[in-house]
Structure formats: C-alpha cells, structure tokens
Design a protein around this ligand. Structure first.
Ligand code: TMP
Length: 212
C-alpha cells in the first residue's frame, strides 16, 4: 500500500474532528489526495453499525458484544474504504481507529488485552497506522465540550467520569508503549495552535509534505 494512514485518537471533546479537517485541508492544499474518514463508520455497513454503538442507553450492550460490533464495523471500513484508498496512493486520515477499542473497551470496560489483541490480529492483521496523533485533554473539560454538541450520539458520553478517566490513562499508556507510531498532543490550546503542533509532527514523520 503506497498511501499513508494517519489516525486521530483521544477522549470525548478533544477536537479530533476539527484537527482532522484542518490537516486534510493543509495536505490537500499541498496537492496530496486525501480521504477523510471515521470509526465507527466510514463505509455504508460500518455507518449502519455505528448507530447501534453511539445511540441509546449506556448499558445497551455487554462489553463483549460491543467490542464485536466495533470490530465488525472496522473490518467493513478497512475492506471497503481504507485499504482500497491506500492502494490507490491516497492519504487516509481516520477519526479514531483500534486504539479507541483498546482505550474504551479495554481500559474503560475492562476487557482483557490479550482478547483485544486476538481480535486485532483476526480483523486487521499486520496492518497498522503510519502515525497516530493522540489529542489529550482533562476529562472534565472534554466532556463539557462534548455536551455542548448535543445530538443523539451521546451513549459513550454518559458512561461516567471514572470510565473516561480510565480511558484517558489508557491512551497515554498506549502512546508510551508505542512511541514510534504515537504522538501525544495537548488539546487544551486553541484549535489553530493544536493544528500547528499537528503539522510539526507530520513534517517530522513524513518530511516537508506541507510547506512551513
Ligand atoms: P466519535 O464520537 O469520536 O465519532 O466516536 C464515537 C464513539 O465510539 C466515541 O464515544 C468512542 C467510541 N468508540 C469505542 O468505544 N471504541 C472504538 O473502537 C471506537 C472506534 C469508538
């Protein structure tokens, strides 16, 4: 696969979608063919599954059913959207990927790491992002920002403060364990400042693809 796969990760309200859009615009401005996508979702089947995951009561699924739904959505997204785009040489930017499963279903719900790794092997195989940007923000601030968005997609937002604190810790531990792939960026500053930090990391990793 000749394109690049960049994932954005973080808790609720960290500004991933905004940062993804800003990076996509910058890369496109530099003549790069970019596909912006998201998880759960990013293909027709995965968007159908998304509604089952992000709407409704927090206790709607037990943790194992929930992780299977996320991985079913991920498989469809990879097969129908991500892999074909990478094969065509496009840069794929995804709002969330498998680190969210490790953080939310692993640290948040307490599913064992070895089971999650087995699912990853089955569904994703040896494939992994070229770069993962983890946007980090204190949990209370993130939930406050997320609550302002409104809408039906608030199932995870309602899972409680401790759940969100565990998953924030989870993301930081993932970054520590995989420093070649992951970079933590503070999301506390204004969007433009966070964007500048994102661009610095992208230039460090991929060279001067975007003019300074
Ligand atoms: P979003 O609000 O960032 O689009 O993400 C939807 C929700 O799905 C978010 O609360 C995090 C959650 N999620 C998981 O719990 N596990 C996963 O593997 C993914 C991709 C998302």
């Amino acid at each position: 696969m000749s394109g690049r796969f960049i994932t954005f990760e973080g808790g609720e309200g960290a500004g991933k979608s905004t940062q993804l859009r800003l990076l996509a615009d910058a890369l496109r401005g530099a003549g790069i063919d970019v596909l912006a996508t998201r998880e759960p979702g990013g293909s027709q089947g995965a968007e159908d599954i998304r509604r089952l995951l992000v709407e409704g009561e927090p206790g709607r699924w037990d943790a194992t059913t929930e992780i299977l739904l996320h991985y079913a959505a991920r498989r469809d997204h990879l097969v129908r959207t991500v892999w074909p785009a990478l094969s065509a040489g496009r840069w794929v930017l995804s709002d969330r990927f498998a680190d969210s499963t490790e953080a939310y279903q692993g640290r948040g719900h307490g599913l064992p790491r070895h089971a999650i790794e087995q699912l990853y092997q089955l569904v994703v195989g040896a494939f992994a992002p070229d770069l993962t940007l983890i946007l980090d923000l204190p949990v209370e601030e993130g939930l406050r920002r997320a609550a302002g968005r409104g809408g039906l997609e608030d199932r995870y937002e309602r899972m409680g403060l401790e759940f969100h604190q565990r998953l924030r810790q989870g993301f930081l531990e993932i970054a520590k364990a995989q420093p070649r792939r992951c970079v933590v960026i503070s999301a506390a500053a204004a969007a433009e400042e966070v964007h500048a930090a994102v661009l610095r990391v992208v230039r460090e990793r991929f060279g001067a693809v975007v003019p300074a």
